[in-house]
Write a new protein. Structure first.
Length: 175
């Protein structure tokens, strides 16, 4: 099942043990097909599992994939597009929300192409606490390498021009 284009959806992130990790409201579905779902959020309310709430600061184009074990938030700032990559289960949509399991490991990509690898310690802790299977660990590690190769080749969504075109399309539809 796919979310309808030009509608708003909730986004729910879970942890491996089934606990709700984080939610986003007001994600605007720009595109959805069998290969990807593209959602735009801007000044979106985010609720954390510990009760904290905050709003996103800048517009972002978020790519979800039904067959890939990562999703990518492309944050549009004055200094360029920053990419926040979540190692996560493929997404599913159940008419309530876009949902995925967050597997802790993240990669932040800066406009100049430099990277920061994040949350290895959190991954190791949750791997033990939540008993990630060997299969899950293998998938996450393999996907991590595939993600880094995708970033290096500047494949979708790691193309600033493409992201700006999508954002322009969003602005035309919403205004």
């Amino acid at each position: 099942m796919l979310p309808n284009k030009n509608t708003y959806v909730y986004i729910y992130s879970y942890k491996h043990d089934g606990s709700l990790h984080r939610t986003w409201t007001k994600g605007y579905v720009l595109d959805a097909d069998e290969d990807k779902c593209i959602v735009v959020n801007n000044k979106t309310l985010v609720s954390e599992s510990d009760g904290r709430k905050w709003f996103t600061r800048e517009p972002a184009i978020w790519f979800f994939f039904p067959k890939l074990w990562f999703n990518v938030i492309c944050m549009i700032r004055k200094t360029g597009v920053y990419y926040y990559c979540n190692l996560a289960s493929p997404y599913l949509y159940d008419r309530e929300a876009i949902k995925y399991i967050d597997y802790d490991l993240d990669v932040k990509v800066f406009p100049d192409g430099s990277l920061i690898h994040l949350d290895e310690d959190e991954y190791q802790l949750h791997k033990k606490q939540m008993e990630y299977s060997v299969e899950i660990d293998t998938i996450v590690r393999k996907t991590y390498d595939e993600l880094l190769a995708c970033i290096e080749r500047k494949e979708t969504p790691f193309n600033e021009e493409e992201i700006m075109e999508l954002y322009s399309e969003y602005l035309k539809r919403r205004h």
